[in-house]
Design a protein around this ligand. Structure first.
Ligand code: 7RM
Length: 626
């Protein structure tokens, strides 16, 4: 663990000077079935990236087996249920190991084998983490789909990866509601011919329909024992697929591999959060997102930490739930998203003050830029000016944190993610693709691979190459803009493409437009993000309808339903404007830049609109907007 600023500087310099030696020393702290022959083999121009080439391992041996010797009774997963009156579960490393082995055997008994894709569509209960680890243990590739996604979105992901199995639950608890997961899964499976087995966990005990491929989880588990040796995996074998939205309608199945992902998530967890042996670490994300994969499951467990899993929402039963849970479990590390902070900040601070938060040592932020107000509220009311805040910048594609301060070790700066991790070579580029030196603002890019960079998009290597390696040859292009101060600290300014981060969820505007266009009355639509107090960004949909005389409130309602059905409720636009046209260039491209300004209410900052095909439409939208 890096302990001081000077050590950080030395380490960063060494990592830059000789990345292979640096990463191979870190990797040698893990248990390998056989050592790697080459640390890194890469060529960004292809691109081709391989880490720890020829090495053999199983990530669950590193997360579980090695700790059942040294700390069998330490809590690995601390489960806090949605309902605060339901008892919390402390699952020790020994118990977790046993349950993962049993579950792995259940998967095998139902036909799963190495290389198969298994879709996981489950609520935030321990069995979700156990299922993920069970897949990893037998070498099956997990594809977790967030339980808030619709049947259509679930089916698209299952089909894209030709999953042979689906793991789900009867339902999930979420605040005062329950989500009928099995019912949604049933609807999805109608169009998924590759799935030949659906294992159903009992959580809510609600009524479910039963199909020929369905089996009850608890019944299947009874049939197997808990002896499950690990499957030996190659470093570069896929560990999981996780979908993230892109600027075209189809989600991108990012593929992460066993060796590099393990080494990098473990290394960054250790150094960013600086967890000590008796600490209790809580990341509030859902395992359906990359943050949950890397910093609820793999990173913390690979370090032998105690990781809290929370089933509920910050507002249930009241807006002090986070603080209540912090006090109840004496949380030392609390890692959440700016959107949650902004939502909680709107409530009286007495809700925070009534709970004893003195156990807290480190706070974290992830998912979107944290604005100054939220940063200071977090620092003052939650951290009591006594906890470093790590603002961690990274992506589904990067697998782990690339830019962040190290808690209490490197300086923090409000609204800045600060410095790249050792071994991460961040640069700023201008529009021509030249590197900017010193202070400046531009496009963020990474010059050299790190171990957990995604290796491809499942089934679409060409798209992987085009999206991330073609715009600026020789670099990985994350799609974010950034500015850099004189000390080298980075502040992420936001997306430079058509992805909008709403409440920390990465939403592509293209799939939302596609969903809206499904409505029979809709001719064309354009969706853009605009700044929102709580969500960070909200969505505004501009919609052209066939008959401008129709009742727009009915259409608006139907559009929202359509979007919720095809993508999920999180993608429902906050504002829908029925317009007679969209501002277009002469070549017919929608000028999203102008739509963004209009949605943000920046009517006088549109720039030159005279080159538009239809400048008159801008005046019309302005009138509607005011
Ligand atoms: C971890 C995660 C990735 C996008 C990324 C950024 C934005 C994430 C920060 C941030 C500013 C941060 N993965 N983003 N973290 N922007 N500061 N600390 O969120 O794939 O879902 O999203 O999120 O735009 O490109 S993600």
């Amino acid at each position: 663990m890096i302990n001081s600023l000077s050590e950080f500087k030395v380490t960063s310099a060494q990592a830059k000077e000789n990345p292979d030696t640096f990463w191979s020393e870190i990797a040698s702290e893990f248990q390998w079935k056989s050592p790697w022959k080459q640390t890194l083999d890469f060529d960004f121009s292809k691109p081709e990236i391989k880490w720890f080439v020829g090495g053999k391992l199983n990530i669950t041996e590193n997360c579980l087996d090695r700790y059942i010797e040294t700390q069998p009774n330490k809590t690995a997963i601390l489960f806090e249920p949605n309902d605060p009156t339901e008892t919390a579960q402390h699952i020790s490393y020994k118990k977790l190991h046993k349950r993962v082995c049993q579950t792995a055997n259940m998967l095998k008994a139902n036909g799963a084998k190495k290389g198969d894709r298994i879709c996981i569509y489950m609520p935030m209960v321990p069995e979700l983490a156990i299922a993920v680890l069970a897949c990893a243990r037998i070498g099956a590739i997990h594809s977790v789909v967030f339980a808030g996604f619709s049947a259509t979105a679930l089916a698209a992901r299952i089909n894209d990866a030709s999953c042979s199995m689906l793991l789900t639950a009867d339902g999930g608890f979420r605040g005062s509601k329950t989500i009928a997961l099995k019912e949604i899964a049933d609807e999805a499976l109608v169009s998924c011919s590759t799935v030949n087995c659906c294992l159903v966990l009992q959580r809510t005990q609600q009524e479910v329909q039963w199909n020929s491929t369905d089996k009850w989880w608890h019944e299947e588990l009874e049939k197997v024992d808990d002896n499950c040796p690990v499957e030996v995996m190659d470093s570069e074998d896929p560990l999981f697929i996780l979908y993230t939205s892109g600027s075209t309608g189809k989600p991108k199945g990012m593929v992460h591999t066993c060796g590099g992902y393990m080494v990098y998530t473990a290394y960054t967890f250790k150094n960013v959060f600086q967890c000590q042996p008796n600490d209790v670490y809580w990341c509030t994300a859902d395992i359906g997102w990359i943050t949950g994969h890397s910093y609820i499951v793999y990173g913390p467990l690979a370090n032998g930490a105690t990781s809290v899993m929370f089933e509920g929402v910050p507002s249930y039963p009241a807006f002090d739930r986070f603080w209540e849970v912090c006090a109840k479990h004496k949380i030392t590390h609390f890692y959440t998203a700016p959107t949650a902070i902004r939502a909680l900040e709107k409530h009286p601070t007495s809700l925070v003050e009534k709970h004893d938060l003195s156990s807290l040592k480190v706070l974290g932020s992830v998912g979107e830029p944290i604005n100054a107000e939220a940063w200071h509220w977090y620092d003052e009311h939650v951290g009591k000016h006594n906890c470093p805040i790590v603002d961690t910048w990274w992506q589904t594609e990067t697998g782990g944190i690339l830019i962040s301060s190290l808690a209490g070790v490197t300086p923090q700066k409000p609204t800045f993610a600060t410095l790249p991790m050792p071994g991460v070579q961040a640069v700023l580029l201008n529009n021509e693709g030249d590197e900017i030196e010193g202070e400046g603002e531009g496009i963020l890019a990474i010059k050299h691979p790190w171990p957990s960079i995604a290796r491809t998009i499942w089934g679409d290597y060409e798209r992987y190459k085009n999206v991330y390696f073609s715009a600026y040859p020789g670099y990985y292009f994350p799609g974010d803009g950034a500015l850099r101060d004189a000390e080298g600290n980075y502040r992420i300014t936001g997306r430079v493409d058509d992805v909008v981060i709403v409440s920390g969820h990465n939403l592509g505007t293209a799939p939302i437009e596609n969903a809206i266009n499904e409505h029979s009355e809709v001719v064309e639509s354009a969706v853009v993000g605009f700044p929102h107090d709580i969500k960070g960004n909200a969505l505004c949909a501009y919609v052209i309808v066939r008959d401008m005389g129709v009742d727009s409130s009915t259409i608006e309602k139907e559009i929202r339903e359509e979007v919720a059905k095809t993508i999920g409720p999180i993608a429902k636009p906050d504002r829908i404007l029925v317009v007679s046209g969209l501002p277009k260039t002469r070549s017919g491209k929608i000028m999203r830049r102008i739509l963004r300004k209009l949605a943000a209410g920046e009517h006088d900052q549109l720039g030159d609109i005279s080159t538009l095909l239809n400048p008159e439409i801008v005046e019309e939208i302005k009138r509607q907007n005011s």
